[in-house]
Write a protein that binds this ligand. Structure first.
Ligand SMILES: [Zn+2]
Length: 390
């Protein structure tokens, strides 16, 4: 296999402080070498050794591919009308999920896969080279299994979210649905999932139910993650930390105690700026989390109800403007932060041995991702050492 050098990198974000300066591990006038799909050398371009192929990016910025650790891509249908009525003054509640459930149950495998493929292509064009996706719009055994089986065709980061909401047919007996999620449905999905997740929220599942569901998943080898504290404060963060969840996602309403819990654990706080944006809700304060020492990730939460965006650049810009992050912190959170939320160390950085997943920005620095909101700055995307767009 041949080696490829990317050179004339005006500004290289490695996220490896051993390679360059600051937390972003920045290098100027840099080059990197790809060998068998991984980074085999990084340094100043003047020290580049001969390679089989040499590609100049003419002074552009190179940064690690974005790692989107939270998305819901297994669905059918559209909720534009619900979005419009919300923007016309109605408030968001967890119940809107049920309309997507009805559409998803009726969709064929081909339709679900087409939707997934379309959104995956959007993500990749926008620089997301690793993504997670959840089930959670089936909420019956057959459709949850179908969703997860199809998701595996696109990513290895597949999450069972049978506990998204209680489906309409169980609304008078939610405990029976929790039993289904933890028994027959769990057995059926386990071969197709890596993670288990619960929407811990008023109107969805309470903290005791969430703990019960995550514990059942761990017992069969699934790794926990959780939707917590999106709409209200509550005990979701305690459940996350007690269960050693890889990530607690949303974290919009946190007490000082919740922040201490996160800072003292391996559980990443994943913030989802698109959700607050699209529901016109108050944003979480990333500054409190970062200053306390918690690890923070940013993800798209792409879903048809509350955050229908696949743009990590948009999420970065909102996180900087509305959540108190610096431009550097937002880039870190969207790359290495996302990797930590998936407990991965092969992606999210461009140090030696990392997967050669990166974007080339039509900009002189990473700052432009938040400085130029809404502008597509992605010139090239490379995944596993292969150039994948344009
Ligand atoms: Zn979500």
């Amino acid at each position: 296999m041949s080696t490829v050098a990317i050179t004339d990198i005006g500004s290289l974000v490695t996220n490896d402080p051993n390679v360059g300066h600051g937390a972003l591990g920045l290098l100027e006038d840099a080059a990197l070498v790809i060998d068998e799909g991984v980074i085999s050398w990084v340094g100043h371009k003047s020290q580049l050794q001969a390679t089989d192929e040499l590609i100049s990016v003419e002074g552009r910025t190179v940064l690690p591919g974005f790692v989107d650790s939270h998305a819901h891509l297994m669905f059918a249908g559209d909720r534009a009308a619900e979005f419009e009525s919300r923007m016309n003054g109605q408030t968001y509640s967890a119940g809107g999920i049920r309309s997507t459930v009805a559409a998803t149950r009726q969709a064929s495998d081909v339709q679900l896969l087409e939707n997934l493929t379309r959104l995956q292509a959007e993500m990749l064009a926008g620089g997301i080279t690793t993504f997670e996706t959840k089930s959670g719009y089936g909420l019956d055994v057959e459709t949850e299994v179908r969703s997860l089986r199809l998701a595996n065709q696109a990513t290895s980061e597949v999450t069972y979210l049978g506990a998204h909401v209680v489906p309409a047919e169980y609304s008078s007996n939610p405990d029976a649905y929790v039993d289904l999620v933890c028994s027959q449905m769990l057995s059926a999905v386990t071969p197709h999932a890596k993670w288990i997740d619960v929407f811990c929220e008023q109107g969805a599942f309470d903290p005791d139910q969430a703990r019960h569901i995550l514990t059942a998943g761990k017992a069969v080898g699934l790794q926990p993650r959780i939707h917590a504290n999106q709409l209200h404060a509550g005990n979701g963060i305690q459940v996350a930390v007690d269960c050693d969840a890889a990530s607690a996602d949303h974290c919009t309403h946190l007490t000082d105690h919740d922040i201490d819990l996160l800072a003292g654990s391996k559980t990443v706080a994943t913030l989802l700026p698109g959700a607050e944006f699209s529901t016109r809700s108050p944003y979480p304060n990333a500054r409190r989390l970062i200053d306390a020492g918690a690890t923070v990730a940013i993800a798209t939460d792409c879903n048809p109800g509350s955050s229908y965006t696949t743009s990590m650049a948009f999420c970065i810009a909102v996180a900087v403007r509305e959540m108190g992050m610096t431009p550097a912190e937002a880039v870190l959170s969207a790359t290495v932060g996302g990797a930590k939320a998936l407990r991965r160390n092969d992606v999210g950085h461009l140090g030696l041995g990392a997967r050669a997943d990166f974007s080339v920005l039509n900009a002189p620095s990473y700052i432009h991702l938040s400085y130029r909101p809404g502008v597509n700055l992605i010139d090239q995307v490379w995944q596993g050492g292969q150039r994948s767009t344009k």
